[in-house]
Design a protein around this ligand. Structure first.
Ligand code: PXP
Length: 260
C-alpha cells in the first residue's frame, strides 16, 4: 500500500540519468541508484518514461524500478505512449500509476499535451484496461477546458497539466507568462471541480516551482531534467532537497495572485 509523505508530492523523473548512461553505452550511472537517492532526499515517488525508441529508460530499468519502488513502498509513475506495446508492459508490471503522454520519434522531449478530445476512442479503452488492472491513470494535457473535460469523459483518475509553456515564458522573461499561469490555475480549478486529481510537470526549475506549487489544487509535481542538470553541480540529493524546500514553502503560503 502506498502512504504519502507530503501534502504536495514530488515525483522525480530519472530519465536523464539513463540518457547519460546510454551516451557511452555503459552500465552507469544507474537510474535505480538515482531513484534510491531521490527517495532519500524527499521524493515521494519516481517517474520514468519508457519511450518507444528506448532512447533513455530501458525495459530492464523499468523492471529494476518496479522492484525498488515496491520494496520501498513508494509509487512508480510510468510515463507511456498510448500504444498496444506500452499498454501490455504496464499491465505486466502494474506500476502505481501510468501517465499517458503524446510521443513522436523526432521530438527531443514531450511536446504539448495529449489530444484527449480528438482521440477519445483511442484513449478511453486504454484508460479502462489500466484502471481495471488497479493502475491510477493520469493524462498529460494542456490546461485547455476541452482537454480537461475530455479527460473526465474518458474516466481518468488524474490529469497532469503541462507546465512547459509557462516555465519557458518565465525563463525567457516573456510578457505572456502571467496569462499562461492564470490558464494553469483555471485549468487546475476546473479539473478539481470535476473530481480529477491534478498534477503538474515539465520544465519546472527553482525559479518556477513556487508558483506552480502555490496552485492549491495541485497534488503532485513531476520534475526531471532540471534536477539531473543541477546534480552535476551540487549532487542529486542537495538538488532535490532544495526543490523540496521551495515547493513546501510555496505550499505553506498559497497565494495564487502573488505567485503569478
Ligand atoms: N511530466 C511529463 C508527463 C513528462 O513527459 C516530463 C518529461 O519527461 C516531465 C513531467 C518532466 O519534465 P522535465 O524533465 O522538464 O522536468
Amino acid at each position: 500500500m502506498t502512504t504519502w509523505l507530503h501534502n504536495l508530492r514530488l515525483g522525480v523523473n530519472i530519465d536523464h540519468v539513463a540518457t547519460i548512461r546510454n551516451a557511452r553505452g555503459e552500465a552507469y550511472p544507474d537510474p535505480a541508484r538515482a531513484a534510491e537517492v531521490a527517495m532519500m532526499a524527499g521524493a515521494d515517488g519516481i517517474t520514468a518514461h519508457l519511450r518507444e525508441d528506448r532512447r533513455h529508460i530501458s525495459d530492464a530499468d523499468i523492471e529494476s524500478l518496479v522492484a525498488l519502488t515496491r520494496q520501498r513502498g513508494r509509487p512508480l509513475n510510468l510515463e507511456m505512449a498510448v500504444t498496444q506495446e506500452m499498454e501490455a508492459i504496464a499491465l505486466a508490471h502494474r506500476p502505481h500509476a501510468a501517465c499517458l503522454v503524446p510521443e513522436r520519434r523526432e521530438e527531443v522531449t514531450t511536446e504539448g499535451g495529449l489530444d484527449v478530445a480528438g482521440q477519445h476512442n483511442r484513449i478511453a479503452p486504454v484508460v479502462a484496461s489500466l484502471r481495471e488492472a488497479g493502475i491510477r491513470v493520469s493524462l498529460f494535457i494542456e490546461a485547455d477546458p476541452a482537454q480537461i473535460a475530455a479527460a473526465h469523459a474518458v474516466n481518468a483518475h488524474v490529469i497532469e497539466l503541462h507546465t512547459g509553456a509557462y516555465c519557458m515564458a518565465v525563463r525567457e522573461r516573456r510578457a505572456d507568462a502571467g496569462d499562461l499561469y492564470r490558464t494553469l490555475c483555471e485549468g487546475a480549478r476546473m479539473a478539481a471541480g470535476l473530481g480529477l486529481e491534478v498534477h503538474a510537470g515539465h520544465g519546472i526549475d527553482y525559479e518556477t516551482v513556487a508558483a506552480v506549487a502555490a496552485i492549491p489544487e495541485v497534488a503532485e509535481l513531476n520534475i526531471g531534467h532540471f534536477l539531473i542538470g543541477e546534480a552535476i553541480f551540487t549532487g542529486l540529493e542537495p538538488a532535490i532537497r532544495r526543490m523540496r524546500l521551495l515547493m513546501d514553502a510555496a505550499r505553506a503560503t498559497p497565494a495564487r495572485e502573488a505567485a503569478a
